[in-house]
Design a protein around this ligand. Structure first.
Ligand SMILES: [Zn+2]
Length: 185
């Protein structure tokens, strides 16, 4: 058990007690904790198979694409930051609505942002762009996969970030771009 694990566990415990009803819960709130393990990611010291040890009962993917239930979201799209003329071999998913909202707002493309409830079709790993040094553990519950995500349905009724929050995020991404920071493949 490392310090990161302790923090991870603390975040999961807090998240499990939050209400999932809000249209825009806080950034570290797992919107739908796994009902099997109560959002803990494990029960009886065993990794919870239902949520793959994530504590997440429902995964989200934010995008500008218009999709239907049953559609597959495959890797190979432009990343949300860094050079937009490249593609990433990963497809991203998250257990927090806040992170999905950022995905919908920042993803490349025309039209309104959309948030889909998705199921991974293959293994998922922590998104290293949002874990490790920047945020110890994986408090934003951000994951990625090299296999497609299956769209289960669209999550509607969410509210976006404020103009100030968007401005601050875009300035941060612009700084990262100017410094040549690219997503970790
Ligand atoms: Zn579980």
């Amino acid at each position: 058990m490392t310090a990161a694990d302790d923090q991870d566990r603390a975040v999961r415990g807090d998240a499990a007690q939050e209400s999932a009803a809000s249209a825009h819960p806080g950034p570290l709130v797992v919107t739908d904790p796994c009902p099997v393990c109560g959002g803990q990611g494990a029960s009886d010291e065993q990794t919870c198979p239902a949520c793959r040890g994530t504590g997440v009962g429902r995964f989200y993917h934010g995008t500008k694409a218009e999709l239907r239930p049953g559609d597959l979201i495959a890797p190979g799209h432009a990343p949300n930051f860094g050079r937009l003329d490249r593609s990433t071999p990963w497809v991203y998913l998250t257990g927090t609505l806040d992170a999905a909202i950022w995905g919908a707002e920042l993803s490349f493309g025309e039209g309104p942002g959309r948030i889909y409830v998705v199921e991974p079709t293959g293994p998922i790993v922590d998104d290293p762009n949002l874990t490790d040094q920047k945020f110890p553990g994986n408090p934003t519950r951000s994951y990625r996969s090299r296999e497609p995500l299956r769209v289960v349905g669209e999550h509607t009724g969410w509210s976006g970030h404020t103009a100030e929050e968007l401005k601050a995020m875009n300035e941060g991404l612009e700084r990262a771009r100017a410094q040549g920071i690219e997503p970790i493949d």
